[in-house]
Design a protein. Structure first.
Length: 622
C-alpha cells in the first residue's frame, strides 16, 4: 500500500513551486524599468515518480507520481539577436558622433555671410581693383590694409574654431578611453562572479543581464565582438584584439603625440602598441580628429600659405607711394632661423634636416615650349616617393600639369617671371612636416639644367631633406619652411599698417621710383583671384572655397542620412528584443493570478489530505 503521507509531500511541493512562480513574477514587475533586465520564468517539471516492484503491474501502476518540482529559473533572451544588436550598435554610435561634430563644423563654414572668409577675401580683391584705378588715393590704400586685416582675422578665427573642435574631440577621446577601461574591468569582475555562481549549480540571471548591459554599452564605444569559448570563459574583442578574457582584462593608455598638435594617441596599456579602433564613438572621434578636422585645418593652412606667398611675391616686386619697396604685405614666420633651413629634427643637438618650402628656378620658361628632354622626376609623395616621367614631345605646361596631377606632395607653377616654382604641400602622414619639400630628384635635365633648380641630375644630385645643408644641391632660390599653422598667425605687415603709403600699387620705373598713376602691381595682385594656383587639387581660390564648403556639406549630409538609417535598424532590433525579453506588466499580473489560484488549490489539497489522515488516525474504530 502507498504511503498515506505522500499526498502532503505532493501538496507541499506544489505550494513551494507556485510560491516561487509568484515571487519570480513579482521580481519581473519590480524590474520592469531596470535597464537591460530580461524577464525570468520558472521552469517546472514533474518530480521523479516512485516505482513499486512489490506490486503486480497488472493490478497497480508501476510508477506513482510525486507532484512537481522547480527545474530552474531562466531568463528569456535571444543570444543571436543580442549579437546583432552589439554589431549594429557601434555603427549607430559611430554615425551619431560624426553627425554631432559635423553640425559644429558646418556652423564654422556657414558663419555669418558678412564676416565669412569668402566674403572678406572678395572684399580684399575688390580693394586692390579699386587701388589699381586710383593708385594715388590714400583712402584706397587704407581700404586695402583694413580689408586685409579683416581677412586675416577671419582666417585666424576659422583656424581657432577648427582647433577648438579638435581639442573638444580630444577630450571626448580621453573620456571614451576611460569608459572602455572601466567597462572592461567590470565585465571581468562579473565574469568571475558568474563562474562561481554556475559552479554552485545556479543560474546567475541578474549577473548575466548586468554583463549584457555592459557589453552593449561597450559596443557603442568601439567595434567589439563577444563570444563564449566554453561554459566558463566569456571573451570580448576589439577589432580582433582581446580586451576581456574570463576574469582578465586589458585596457588603453593615452600618449601625447607631438606630431599631432600634442593630441593623445590611444595605445594598449600592456604592449604600448597603437590601438586600431574602427567603430563606435571612439573610432568616430579618432577619425574626426586625425582625418576630418586635420584635413580641414591643413586645407585652410594651405590656402593661407599660398595666398600670403603669392600676394607677397608681387608686393615685394612693387613699390609704394613713399618709394618703399621689397616689403611683404603679409608677415611670414620662418620655422628655423638658419638661412639654409637646417633643423635638429630628432633633438640630439645636431642639425640633421633641411626645412625648405619653395624652390624657384633660375631660368625663364615658356609654357608652350617643348622641353626636348627625356627623364623621370622623383618627388616626395603621400606614401614614399613617386615618379613623374617627362618626354621630349612634352611642353613645359604638360610637365607642370603632370606634376600637379600626381599624388606627390610637391606642386609646380611658373611665377610672374616665368620661372619654375616647386612648392611643398601639407603632409599626409603625421610623421612628416607640413610645407617642407622632402625629396626632389631628376634622372634627366629638366630640373637640373632646363629649369635651373637642381645642380646636377641623378641620385647624387638629388635634394633630400633628411640631411643638413641639403640646399647645396640647388642652384635655385629657396625659401625656408614656415612655422606650423600659418592660418593661425597670418597678419598684415606692421610696417604697412603703420604707413599705408607703403602699399605697393606700382612697379618701380627705371630709376627705382614710383610713377604717379601706375597701378600695375595692384592689378597683378587683384588678378591672383582668378589665377591658377596650387591649393591641393584646386586651381583658384574660388575653387578652394567652393570645394571646402561642398566637402563639409556632403559629409555632414552623409552622417545625417546614415544615422537615420542606423536609428531605424536599431529601433527594429530593440523592439524585437523587448518583445522577447521585456517585462509586460499585464502579462505578469495575469500570471500572478494564475499562480495564486494554483497555490490556493495546492493548499486546499493539503487540507483535504490532512482531513483524510485525521479520519484515519482519530476516527476509525470509534
Amino acid at each position: 500500500m502507498a504511503n498515506a503521507f505522500a499526498g502532503i509531500e505532493i501538496g507541499k511541493r506544489s505550494i513551494m513551486t507556485h510560491s516561487q512562480q509568484i515571487q519570480t513574477a513579482g521580481h519581473n514587475i519590480s524590474n520592469a524599468d531596470t535597464e537591460g533586465y530580461s524577464r525570468q520564468r520558472v521552469q517546472v517539471k514533474t518530480f521523479d515518480p516512485l516505482y513499486r516492484p512489490d506490486l503486480s503491474r497488472a493490478g497497480t501502476p508501476g510508477q506513482i507520481g510525486q507532484g512537481t518540482s522547480i527545474e530552474s529559473i531562466t531568463r528569456l533572451r535571444d543570444e543571436m539577436l543580442d549579437q546583432r544588436i552589439v554589431a549594429q550598435n557601434n555603427q549607430e554610435s559611430y554615425w551619431g558622433t560624426r553627425e554631432k561634430y559635423y553640425v559644429m563644423i558646418e556652423q564654422i563654414y556657414n558663419e555669418p555671410h558678412d564676416i565669412s572668409v569668402r566674403t572678406n577675401m572678395d572684399k580684399f580683391w575688390q580693394s586692390w581693383q579699386e587701388l589699381s584705378m586710383y593708385p594715388e588715393n590714400k583712402a584706397a590704400r587704407q581700404a586695402v590694409v583694413t580689408r586685409g586685416e579683416s581677412l586675416t582675422e577671419s582666417i585666424s578665427q576659422r583656424f581657432k574654431s577648427l582647433s577648438g573642435i579638435g581639442t573638444l574631440i580630444n577630450s571626448d577621446i580621453e573620456a571614451n578611453v576611460k569608459q572602455i577601461n572601466d567597462y572592461a574591468k567590470q565585465i571581468a569582475e562579473i565574469n568571475s562572479e558568474i563562474v562561481r555562481s554556475k559552479a554552485m549549480g545556479d543560474n546567475p540571471n541578474d549577473l548575466l543581464d548586468r554583463r549584457d548591459v555592459l557589453v552593449e554599452k561597450l559596443s557603442g564605444l568601439a567595434n567589439i565582438t563577444s563570444d563564449q569559448r566554453d561554459s566558463d570563459e566569456f571573451m570580448v574583442h576589439i577589432d580582433g584584439q582581446v580586451l576581456v578574457q574570463g576574469n582578465v582584462h586589458r585596457g588603453f593608455e593615452l600618449v601625447s603625440n607631438v606630431d599631432n598638435n600634442g593630441y593623445d594617441t590611444v595605445v594598449w596599456n600592456d604592449t604600448k602598441i597603437v590601438a586600431n579602433i574602427s567603430g563606435g564613438s571612439l573610432g568616430a572621434l579618432i577619425e574626426l580628429r586625425d582625418v576630418d578636422v586635420r584635413n580641414e585645418t591643413q586645407s585652410l593652412n594651405t590656402m593661407a600659405m599660398n595666398f600670403a606667398d603669392l600676394v607677397n611675391d608681387v608686393h615685394r616686386a612693387g613699390i609704394g607711394a613713399n618709394n618703399v619697396s621689397g616689403l611683404d604685405f603679409f608677415t611670414q614666420h620662418p620655422f628655423v632661423t638658419d638661412v639654409n633651413g637646417n633643423y635638429d629634427r630628432n633633438g640630439d643637438g645636431v642639425e640633421d634636416s633641411s626645412y625648405v618650402f619653395r624652390f624657384t628656378g633660375s631660368n625663364s620658361l615658356n609654357l608652350q615650349d617643348k622641353v626636348g628632354l627625356e627623364g623621370v622626376m622623383t618627388l616626395s609623395g603621400k606614401n614614399g616617393n613617386i615618379q613623374v616621367p617627362y618626354h621630349s614631345t612634352d611642353t613645359v605646361d604638360d610637365v607642370i600639369k603632370r606634376i600637379n596631377d600626381s599624388d606627390g606632395e610637391v606642386k609646380a607653377y611658373l611665377d610672374r617671371n616665368n620661372r619654375l616654382v616647386l612648392k611643398a604641400t601639407t603632409a599626409s602622414g603625421m610623421e612628416n612636416p607640413d610645407f617642407v619639400i622632402r625629396h626632389v630628384e631628376d634622372s634627366g635635365l629638366f630640373l637640373a639644367g632646363y629649369s635651373g633648380i637642381l645642380r646636377s641630375s641623378g641620385v647624387d644630385g638629388a635634394y633630400d631633406f633628411a640631411t643638413a645643408n641639403a640646399v647645396n644641391s640647388l642652384v635655385a632660390e629657396y625659401s625656408v619652411a614656415p612655422v606650423n599653422n600659418p592660418a593661425e598667425y597670418i597678419a598684415v605687415n606692421e610696417n604697412i599698417k603703420n604707413d599705408v603709403l607703403s602699399v605697393a600699387a606700382a612697379f618701380p620705373d627705371s630709376r627705382g621710383k614710383s610713377v604717379l598713376g601706375d597701378g600695375r602691381a595692384a592689378v597683378e595682385i587683384a588678378s591672383i583671384r582668378n589665377t591658377d594656383v596650387m591649393i591641393g587639387y584646386s586651381r583658384t581660390f574660388d575653387d578652394y572655397f567652393a570645394d571646402s564648403v561642398t566637402n563639409v556639406g556632403l559629409k555632414g549630409e552623409q552622417a545625417e542620412n546614415m544615422l537615420l538609417s542606423q536609428n531605424s535598424i536599431m529601433n527594429d532590433l530593440r523592439g524585437l528584443r523587448d518583445s522577447i525579453s521585456g517585462v509586460n506588466i499585464d502579462e505578469e499580473l495575469a500570471d500572478i493570478i494564475k499562480f495564486q489560484h494554483g497555490y490556493n488549490a495546492a493548499a486546499r489539497f493539503v487540507t483535504v489530505i490532512d482531513e483524510m489522515l485525521d479520519t484515519v488516525i482519530n476516527r476509525l474504530g470509534v
